[in-house]
Write a protein that binds this ligand. Structure first.
Ligand code: COA
Length: 256
């Protein structure tokens, strides 16, 4: 089934996943959330090595679609309300579960659920004039969708409490200082920079990259029981890893 709220291209080493509801600043509607879950599955089954996640138009994402939120609040029974609130969590979990490395390209506005989506990506680049905010408490609801867990993980409890409880806007510079983003890009250059980082990672042998992503996820989930020696051995006969190692060692010997 084609996508109508996003554009997905998995035909290159660096896949691109672009939220495509620019008229509503890529607000996360029910349909867009469902398409993101489906897109995550398509990416996982594709040959792409990395993914750049971005938004079309003048913002990355203005958060949950206000119409969807109003519908959820006004739903006639609790099961419907639960399903509506749970859909965002499912989306963030699906994006986080993509086995390839994901790089978020942030610009314009990154609001509420848009911050959760960005936090579900592995790396984040933001243009220097990007405006971030988490207005959920002003809307009378706590930040959901696994947002608190992800923010505590990325920026720690005190910054999470401050930004979520005050609902104040914050800048890309603050987001960088809080370690929410990896890099600040010039205006108009987040996508290009995110793509460069994604290309660099895509050029590396994919098995150790995937192992590293999975290892970090295990540590974050409190399951740090991996046997590093046994894991390292799984890469020894991997053709991509062997070829990378040979190139590296050849270049090293040529330098000395
Ligand atoms: N849900 C649905 N539509 C949204 C939206 C959202 N979360 N955010 C923006 N839009 C729509 C606006 O209604 C407007 O539509 P229109 O052109 O048909 O009137 C369009 O996107 C542009 O938004 P606008 O408010 O005119 O842009 P702006 O540059 O003045 O302000 C924001 C940008 C992000 C500050 C502002 O749109 C905003 O605060 N949006 C709501 C954010 C929010 O509360 N999200 C939910 C909590 S996560």
């Amino acid at each position: 089934m084609p996508f109508s709220n996003l554009v997905l291209d998995t035909s290159h080493d660096v896949a691109t996943l672009t939220l495509n509801r620019p008229d509503s600043l890529n607000a996360l509607s029910t349909d867009l959330l469902k398409e993101l879950i489906r897109a995550a599955d398509v990416i996982g089954g594709s040959g792409a090595r990395t993914v750049v996640v971005s938004g079309a138009g003048r913002a990355f994402c203005a958060g949950v679609d206000i119409a969807m939120l109003s519908e959820a609040i006004g739903a006639s029974n609790e099961d419907e309300q639960y399903a509506a609130f749970e859909l965002g969590s499912k989306m963030a979990d699906a994006i986080e579960s993509i086995p390839q490395v994901t790089v978020a390209s942030l610009h314009g506005y990154v609001v509420g659920g848009g911050i959760v989506l960005a936090a579900a990506c592995d790396l984040r680049v933001a243009e220097q004039d990007t405006v971030f905010s988490i207005p959920e408490i002003d809307l009378g609801i706590p930040l959901a969708w696994g947002g608190i867990e992800r923010l505590v993980r990325e920026i720690g409890p005190a910054m999470t409490k401050e930004l979520v409880m005050t609902c104040r806007r914050f800048t890309a510079q603050e987001a960088k200082a809080a370690r929410f983003i990896n890099e600040i890009a010039e205006p108009g250059e987040a996508f290009g920079r995110a793509h460069q980082i994604a290309s660099t990672i895509a050029s590396k042998p994919s098995l150790p990259i995937r192992v590293t992503k999975a290892h970090v996820a295990e540590i974050l989930s409190g399951d740090a029981t991996r046997d590093d020696a046994a894991t390292a051995m799984t890469t020894l006969d991997d053709p991509g890893s062997v070829s990378a190692r040979e190139t590296y060692l050849t270049q090293l010997s040529e330098r000395s």
